[in-house]
Design a protein around this ligand. Structure first.
Ligand code: NAD
Length: 255
């Protein structure tokens, strides 16, 4: 169904982004991935995403993002499906939160989507078709302590999604975000030690009493479930879904 479509997925060397890139490729799209990793990890991700192109732009650097968008134009011929997914986390009480971590999270989790979106929208409008999918989070709707920068950035991306959706609504372009609860990925794995320290808990207590406590289903979301939702948003059936924030959080934000 996605034959002929060209997709760019940021933060696609691991986790949710890699799963989305694989699903887009499996659906017939030609894919460019972005993200960090060593040569072997990047090559493996490219292979898993159907021989995807790769650009290593640092999503905290607007100049590198501009280069990635120009390269996508040259090598893919344009971007019909833009997935803004790159993101990082940092867990700390606000009074100890390092200012450079705040800046990095706002840049990578929020501003990068502004820089890619503004570059991609003209081509989508000209084509009369486009899909912009932002990986937000349950933290775009509710907060948790010690995640001030992440919560601010994710609330921000949900608002950005709505604003752009309104701007492009008559052009066949939809803009949505997907808001997972806890998905089992390296991002979640890596925050366990900091949460253990911040709250004085064991690893098992963090998993059971902090992470899965928030999810009434008591199960992690899978990367495949997120990827399949992204594929649905690319379909004709989803052409009237725009400006939406689609929760996939096991009931977390219903509580
Ligand atoms: P992950 O750590 O597995 O993947 C993050 C990706 O972003 C990697 O490819 C990494 O290389 C890339 N990245 C990090 N910093 C970058 C930078 N400066 N420039 C370019 N790429 C960079 O994490 P994930 O869980 O798959 O997270 C993906 C997205 O999903 C993030 O936006 C995250 O906030 C969001 N999210 C994750 C969860 C979860 O529970 N895992 C829940 C809700 C939302």
């Amino acid at each position: 169904p996605l034959a002929g479509k060209r997709a760019l997925v940021t933060g696609a060397t691991s986790g949710i982004g890699l799963a989305i890139a694989k699903a887009l490729s499996a659906g017939g799209a030609r894919v460019m991935i972005n993200g960090f990793g060593d040569a072997a990890q990047i090559a493996a991700a490219q292979a898993e995403a159907g021989g995807a192109l790769y650009h290593g732009a640092d999503m905290s650097k607007p100049g590198e993002i501009a280069d990635m968008m120009a390269t996508a134009q040259e090598q893919l011929g344009g971007v019909d499906i833009l997935v803004n997914n790159a993101g990082i986390q940092f867990v700390s009480p606000v009074e100890e939160f390092p200012a450079e971590k705040w800046d990095a999270i706002l840049a990578i989790n929020l501003s990068s989507a502004f820089h890619t979106t503004r570059a991609a929208v003209p081509g989508m409008k000209a084509a009369g078709w486009g899909r912009i999918i932002n990986t937000a989070s349950a933290h775009s709707l509710v907060a948790s302590p010690f995640k001030s920068a992440y919560v601010a950035a994710k609330h921000g991306i949900a608002g950005f999604t709505k604003a752009v959706a309104l701007e492009v609504a008559t052009h066949g372009v939809t803009v949505n975000c997907i808001s997972p609860g806890y998905v089992w990925t390296p991002l979640v794995e890596k925050q366990i030690p900091d949460t253990m320290a911040a709250r004085g808990l064991t690893r098992e207590q963090v998993i059971e009493d902090v992470l899965l406590k928030a999810q009434p289903t008591r199960q992690f979301v899978t990367v495949t479930q997120v990827a399949q939702t992204a594929i649905f948003l690319c379909s004709d059936a989803a052409s009237q879904i725009t400006g939406a924030n689609i929760s996939m959080d096991g009931g977390w934000t219903a509580a």
